[in-house]
Design a protein around this ligand. Structure first.
Ligand code: OSB
Ligand code: MG
Length: 379
């Protein structure tokens, strides 16, 4: 695969409704897309950074910077035999996993097309459909949450995840559990608590939750091990796990019983598969997390979720929950059983709507093997 050109685009896309977590509210997304061309074949990846460094340390702008100044120059013009070589070529760049994932995943799309395989199969996935849940943002009151949950359950989603933070936690979970005694329910705190809150968090044990996701510090594995000892509810780590070594440390320490696997957070499909395999070795189930992705990132999530250790419903849900119009054709759709069918055509299995992408583009840079500096357009 000779990497002939790379195009970086920033799109502005407005979510259908604001999404509130313990770290803030998001309404307008600044989405970075990477398009690579190798041997005349085009592939797409998404950089899943947030706009602000509140989920992890990356942002849309840090990713643009690191890709433009460091990652793309290391790859442009290179002839590689497979996408799995990309992490090695980018290894000098420390951190910035989401930036690196955007470009590595575009090359996975190309490799799958060249080998005439659906990306899920190239990654080693077998599942013909993947199980879906939804992640619901924090609302003003528990009542406002109820109707939304009823709506998502009616559509077929298999698991409801509630975002929580101090003051918007126990009363919400209690009310939901009372109204929906039998649903598969979990919570995600996005690091809003401290180990000193253990008695408060223990009160969640009575609600038969599937898991509590990332209650403590975003980069702290050890304190989650101390917390897990005190809870009957399974702890699931999200923010803490950037690679398979972190996954192994967390599992060996007893810091979690479940891992949320996000492609961007671990740096792309190669490392995601390594985390997947590590968890499989220890019988720790994984599920696919989301970052409010556009269709490109969503399609990559669907492909990854076909691997065998994705044993719990993910946060990968229908395009229309997020966007009036998604940038892929077809859009990601959910069956009445709350599943997404894994595409069977080569590559990502969803076509990128170029005209719509152009319309949403706010800035764009192109690199080709001829020039060391990109051509940049701002609109
Ligand atoms: O912690 O899983 C998270 C969204 C943005 C940042 C972090 C998270 C989330 C979500 C939404 O939970 C998942 C989605 O629907 O894409
Ligand atoms: Mg999370």
């Amino acid at each position: 695969m000779k990497i002939e050109s790379i195009t970086l685009r920033e799109l502005q896309m407005r979510l259908r409704s604001p999404f509130e977590t313990s770290f803030g509210v998001t309404q307008t997304r600044r989405i970075l897309l990477v398009e690579a061309v190798a041997d005349g074949v085009s592939g797409w990846g998404e950089v899943t950074t947030s706009e602000a460094p509140f989920y992890n340390s990356e942002t849309t702008d840090t990713a643009w910077h690191v890709l433009s100044e460091f990652a793309i120059p290391l790859l442009i013009g290179k002839d590689i035999s497979a996408a799995v070589e990309v992490p090695g070529l980018l290894a000098r760049i420390r951190g910035h996993q989401m930036a690196k994932a955007g470009i590595e995943n575009a090359l996975w799309d190309i490799e799958a097309q060249q080998k005439q395989l659906p990306l899920s199969k190239l990654l080693g996935g077998q599942l013909a459909e993947i199980a879906c849940g939804v992640s619901l943002g924090i609302r003003e009151s528990p009542e406002l949450l109820m109707d939304k949950i009823a709506e998502e359950l009616a559509i077929g989603y298999q698991r409801i995840k509630l975002k929580i933070k101090p003051g918007k936690d126990l009363a919400y979970v209690a009310a939901v559990r009372k109204r929906f005694p039998n649903i598969v329910l979990s919570v995600d705190a996005n690091s809003a608590y401290a180990l000193g809150d253990v008695d408060h968090l223990r009160a969640l044990d009575q609600f038969d939750l599937l898991m509590i996701e990332q209650p403590l510090q975003w980069d702290e594995i050890y304190s989650h091990a101390q917390l897990q000892k005190c809870l009957s509810t399974a702890v699931c780590l999200d923010e803490c796990i950037s690679n398979s070594r972190h996954a192994q440390a967390a599992i060996e320490l007893g810091a979690c019983r479940i891992i949320n696997l996000k492609l961007g957070r671990v740096g792309g499909h190669s490392e995601a598969r390594a985390v997947h395999d590590m968890c499989w070795k220890y019988s720790i189930p994984v599920w696919c997390g989301g970052m409010l992705e556009s269709g490109v990132g969503r399609a990559h999530n669907v492909a990854m979720s076909a691997l065998p250790n994705f044993l719990l419903p993910g946060d990968v849900s229908a395009s229309k929950r997020y966007w009036d119009e998604d940038i892929i054709d077809p859009e990601v759709e959910v069956t009445p059983q709350g599943t997404i069918r894994t595409p069977t055509s080569p590559g990502l299995g969803y076509a990128v709507k170029r005209r719509l992408v152009d319309r949403l583009t706010r800035r764009k840079s192109d690199w080709n093997g001829m020039t060391s500096k990109p051509e940049t357009k701002v609109s």
